[in-house]
Design a protein around this ligand. Structure first.
Ligand SMILES: Cc1cc2nc3c(=O)[nH]c(=O)nc-3n(C[C@H](O)[C@H](O)[C@H](O)COP(=O)(O)OP(=O)(O)OC[C@H]3O[C@@H](n4cnc5c(N)ncnc54)[C@H](O)[C@@H]3O)c2cc1C
Length: 235
């Protein structure tokens, strides 16, 4: 999806019907919405979501669609702490039958070829990678696709772990759960040494984490154009 397609896509607005929500872990919640037949996206893309049932400040925010179109639902998974913003308060207040507006999908955070690929997630930055791994699983071409996911969470609260493990067990995808920066950098450097600029690199998480990992990769001579970033501001 290029810049112009994104611009067209961003004007496509639709109201999504809320189905249910549940807690994934201490500070993480998933919200499921009905997927309309004509809605589609590439695994890893995001939408702009707007609270419409109440007037609030900052009523529109970007969130990754953490599901694939094949799952037939739009899944948003977000971190909600003790002191939620008005937007997140309203998300927690959603009841069956209520609606949230979506614009998009947008973004170029999705796999484009079969090159060896390193996915690096920091905490809630796992959301696009859940979609990407589910997509590989759904396409049934997981054998031979060389994909390595490094999932770092200092609190070791690894959401989606069961699903990710199941996909990894049935494919050539490898998933490592890490809680220290040292281990993360060691694993990254191993991949970089093996694949250099034949590899594709995807990083998602807080802006500071994404920036520091991207800088590290570039210091290891990975070309900037091979690094795709989803920086979640606000964390
Ligand atoms: C491409 C992209 C994809 C993203 N995907 C995801 C995703 O999948 N999951 C996800 O969780 N995030 C995602 N984000 C980040 C998301 O868009 C928000 O920026 C993030 O969730 C912070 O929003 P917020 O409403 O908590 O905080 P903000 O409004 O940015 O506020 C930050 C903090 O300030 C405090 N605060 C703000 N308003 C109030 C208030 N009224 N009362 C009390 N305290 C307040 C809260 O502690 C809050 O956590 C993504 C961002 C981008 C750019």
């Amino acid at each position: 999806m290029n810049f112009f397609q994104d611009r067209i896509s961003i004007f496509k607005k639709r109201d999504l019907l809320f189905l249910e929500s549940y807690k994934e872990s201490e500070e993480v919640y998933t919200f499921l919405f009905q997927k309309e037949k004509d809605l589609t996206w590439k695994a890893g893309q995001y939408g702009l979501f707007t609270i419409t049932n109440k007037k609030i400040k900052n009523s529109t925010k970007p969130f990754t669609i953490a599901s694939t179109p094949k799952e037939n639902e739009v899944r948003l998974t977000m971190r909600i702490g003790d002191n939620p913003s008005d937007f997140k308060k309203e998300m927690l207040e959603l009841k069956q039958g209520m609606k949230v507006r979506m614009s998009g999908p947008v973004g170029n955070f999705y796999l484009k070829d079969n090159s060896p690929t390193l996915l690096v997630a920091g905490g809630i930055g796992i959301t696009p990678f859940r979609a990407i791994l589910k997509q590989i699983e759904a396409e049934g071409n997981e054998v031979g696709k060389q994909v390595q996911l490094l999932y770092m969470d200092s609190k070791m609260s690894f959401i989606f772990k069961d699903e990710l493990d199941r996909i990894a067990n049935n494919s050539s995808i490898s998933v490592s759960y890490l809680n220290s920066r040292n281990d993360l950098y060691q694993e990254m450097d191993h991949f970089i040494n093996l694949n250099k600029n034949n590899g594709r690199y995807f990083i998602a998480g807080s802006k500071s984490m994404v920036d520091s990992i991207s800088t590290h990769m570039q210091n290891q001579n990975v070309s900037k154009k091979e690094i795709k970033k989803d920086a979640f501001f606000g964390y």
